[in-house]
Design a protein around this ligand. Structure first.
Ligand code: 5GP
Length: 120
């Protein structure tokens, strides 16, 4: 892809167990863990276990099974955290304009209370 994957990024280190995390769920496809600086009562990050920089990179290089496994896990985590009744928000930052901090594709899962219309 256009963006080479940096295997020293923080989420790569978390996946290798070099940095601790508060895991919510994991399987062969994903790791889901609490954000270190929560912006909502529930703020979880869901990341694929493979090395992908962006949604485009993930869609282009991951297998159909890995893509399906990722999205099933996102939905499962939201359900397991009890967020389905009251609702939740998914968000994924890409690049400079979005202020993406960590160059490993991830989806933020926000919930646990009214979220307003904040976009970050
Ligand atoms: P981005 O701006 O890339 O979409 O979001 C990166 C997110 O990762 C931020 O919400 C930030 O708080 C979170 N984060 C950064 N470093 C760590 C860390 O070491 N552990 C955890 N759990 N979250 C982190």
């Amino acid at each position: 892809g256009l963006d080479p994957y940096d295997d020293q990024n923080i989420f790569a280190k978390i996946l290798r167990g070099e940095i601790p995390n508060k895991t919510v769920y994991q399987d062969e496809f994903v790791l889901a863990f609490h954000d270190i600086a929560p912006q909502a009562p529930v703020h979880v990050l869901v990341i694929p276990k493979g090395a992908y920089v962006s949604a485009r990179d993930f869609a282009a290089r991951a297998s159909d099974q890995d893509i399906a496994g990722f999205w099933r896990a996102v939905g499962r985590v939201a359900a397991d955290l009890g967020l389905e009744t009251e609702g939740y928000r998914l968000l994924s930052n890409h690049g400079l304009n979005a202020g993406q901090e960590v160059p490993h594709f991830h989806v933020h899962l926000f919930g646990g209370g009214p979220l307003g219309r904040m976009i970050q």
